[in-house]
Design a protein around this ligand. Structure first.
Ligand code: SF4
Length: 300
């Protein structure tokens, strides 16, 4: 199936709203060291389009209730360089729009901005991940992904066109990108993000070894820090106090910038009116559109 229920691991700490998941591509070229999908998808670095994607999506989308939220994507980026020529994610957006489905795009790529007009004309919100503002860290941590400035510029372009945008500052890895928390929050909010979702690094299936190889000094300290943590749904968690302190820093910075905040799979209680994945932005945008339409009709 192309459209699948979200949260394959059914983590007890996942507070996401009910949604479907759609990955137009299998595999991802971004090479993020902390990626968990690379541990269970063969030849993960070779990004390839799903076979007969658009035909299958059209068939499956026709059976989904209009208004359902579809997250695109969770185990590969929907805007890899291939998207420049194939435009498959754009094709998916058109199909989902025609069926009246709501979409949440999750990406690290500036290429999402090429669909700004389409996204602005449908029930969509976009979450762009920014883990660092430093090119040197980005090149080591996410070696195939676009640099931070490109992601911020995409965020600004989408926001200017009226697309609801959130930022994922995720994961925060002590010793690697935690020093920048406040700066990242300021940069993404000023680029137009209306919400920030954040999470501390959760080590899973060998990705810790990749981090230790790329960041030997920081990696050793990180490994010992994990010794005081626990395990949830197959992921190793940092000690609760460390995670709480990191999340509080993001939260307080977000409050200073006037944007909403949520943590992801940290065990924090849900805040009324805020979806942990930022999809409440989409709902408020829909309400605003409805209000504008109603006011427009009344004025006529
Ligand atoms: S963008 Fe996501 S799916 Fe792609 S390598 Fe990075 S973490 Fe994995």
């Amino acid at each position: 199936m192309i459209l699948q229920p979200f949260d394959p691991w059914k983590s007890r700490l996942c507070t996401c709203p009910t949604k479907m998941s759609l990955n137009p591509y299998t595999g991802c070229p971004h090479g993020c060291l902390y990626c968990y999908a690379s541990s269970y998808i063969p030849c993960f670095a070779e990004c390839r389009p799903k076979v007969d994607l658009l035909k299958r999506l059209a068939r499956e989308a026709a059976k989904v209730e209009p208004g359902t939220l579809v997250a695109m994507s969770n185990s590969s980026d929907p805007y890899p360089p291939l998207e420049k020529e194939l435009r498959l994610s754009r094709g998916c957006l058109r199909i989902l729009k025609a069926r009246g489905l709501c979409v949440q795009v999750v990406t690290k790529s500036h290429l999402v901005a090429q669909d700004a007009e389409l996204l602005a004309d449908m029930s969509a919100c976009v979450a762009i991940t920014v883990t660092t503002l430093q090119d040197s860290i980005c090149r080591r941590l996410e070696p195939g992904a676009p640099l931070p400035a490109k992601r911020l510029a995409a965020m600004a372009k989408l926001a200017e066109r009226g697309v609801s945008v959130s930022a994922r500052i995720d994961p925060i890895i002590p010793g690697i990108n935690d020093e920048e928390i406040e700066e990242i929050v300021v940069a993404v909010s000023r680029a137009g993000a209306g919400h920030i979702t954040s999470s501390a690094y959760k080590a899973r299936s060998g990705n810790m070894n990749k981090i230790i190889s790329a960041f030997p000094q920081e990696g050793a300290a990180l490994e010992s820090l994990f010794a005081g943590g626990g395990k949830v749904a197959g992921s190793c968690y940092l000690p609760a106090g460390t995670r709480r302190d990191l999340m509080l820093r993001v939260k307080e910075s977000a409050q200073r910038e006037g944007v909403t905040f949520s943590s992801c799979r940290e065990g924090w209680a849900a805040v009324p009116g805020i979806n942990c994945d930022g999809s409440h932005l989409l709902i408020s945008m829909n309400r605003l559109k409805h209000k504008n339409n109603t006011e427009g009709q009344q004025a006529r």
